[in-house]
Design a protein around this ligand. Structure first.
Ligand code: FES
Length: 164
């Protein structure tokens, strides 16, 4: 590990300690602590598990068992931008599967997650709330409707800084 890595980890641990200590709810638990960290830095790095264990007086195993039980927690840093693809019933009827396929291909992934360059995090969504505009995608929570496989792939490539 380089000196820069060590400094970055030390900084991250300090940031997590601050987050844990600033929780305002009356009952502080392992779960509330993990939620507070993820709300703030959008994922749970190893440092979050360790610092939460220390903060709550629990073992790392106990904290890890809580963190791994809930599917909403993520353990890898998200990409710079998010791209949600709706695959809810209305969008499905309007061709969401083809949109998904083209976005997967443009991002070089086979499921939810980060593109290899970590520029984009792709997520499935069960309804983005604009069914009449389907198929719908969202970039950083900004909805874009009436997508075709070509338009969605172009957007995904542009998010990676590649030619549309
Ligand atoms: S089902 Fe896609 S926006 Fe509602």
């Amino acid at each position: 590990m380089t000196t820069a890595d060590t400094e970055q980890r030390t900084k991250l641990r300090e940031q997590i300690r601050q987050i844990l200590n600033s929780q305002e709810q009356p009952t502080i638990t392992v779960l509330s602590s993990l939620i507070a960290v993820q709300d703030s830095i959008h994922y749970l790095p190893d440092e979050a598990i360790k610092e939460t264990a220390t903060f709550c007086g629990e073992t790392i195993n106990e904290v890890w068992s809580v963190a791994s039980f809930y599917t909403n927690f993520r353990f890898a840093a998200p990409g710079d931008k998010t791209l949600d693809v709706c695959w809810g019933p209305a969008c499905h009827v309007l061709g969401a599967q083809k949109i998904l396929n083209s976005v997967h291909s443009a991002l070089e992934i086979n499921e939810e997650g980060e593109s290899p360059d970590r520029k984009v995090t792709m997520k499935y969504n069960t309804c983005l709330g604009a069914c009449a505009q389907g198929p719908v995608i969202a970039i950083n929570h900004h909805l874009i409707g009436k997508q075709t496989p070509e338009s969605a792939a172009k957007i995904a490539r542009e998010l990676r800084g590649l030619d549309g």
